[in-house]
Design a protein around this ligand. Sequence first.
Ligand code: HEC
Length: 151
Amino acid sequence: MKNLRVRIISIALGLSIMVFAGAGFAAEPLKKDRNRSHIEIDPVNTGTYTGDAGKDNYIGNCSPCHGDTGKGDGPLADTLGEGLKARNLSDAQLLSARTDEFLFKVVKSGGAAVGFSEAMPSWKETFTDAEIKQIVQYVRNSICMCKYKAK
Ligand code: HEC
């Protein structure tokens, strides 16, 4: 009798652990939702991003080709193919001729979407739109230190 009770208790325990584990698994955030701790969206000025929110994502994902300072001299820069270079994102003259929308599109949809080389990957599976905006903002604020200037 005593043995049976122990067995029932341990089965119940095992079941509840499984339920808990299941709940934990379901609550596991989607891939895109992880890594978001550094996002600082200004709640008043929607679309205005402060701080270095895009920095980690830039350094982790763009630096390999574009380089930490954007000069197009990252460790993968020489592997892209004959005569092909990662664009120099610190070139203020070049980036002043680009709208934020254009930069957003290149990053989200990749080089091929705007007639550039497909060696510039699409990041839409990696980042949310908000994260891409932050990366563009980081490029503006800290890499080219420039804004779009209409000619
Ligand atoms: C695998 C290498 C590689 C990685 C990683 C990469 N890029 Fe690029 N990127 C390129 C290449 C190559 C070009 C230029 C394509 C061409 O010349 O046709 C380019 C072009 C660009 C341009 C266009 C600049 C212009 O002239 O308007 C932007 C903006 C850009 N990249 C941003 C980024 C950002 C932001 C990231 C990270 C999220 C990133 N790139 C990651 C290779 C890369």
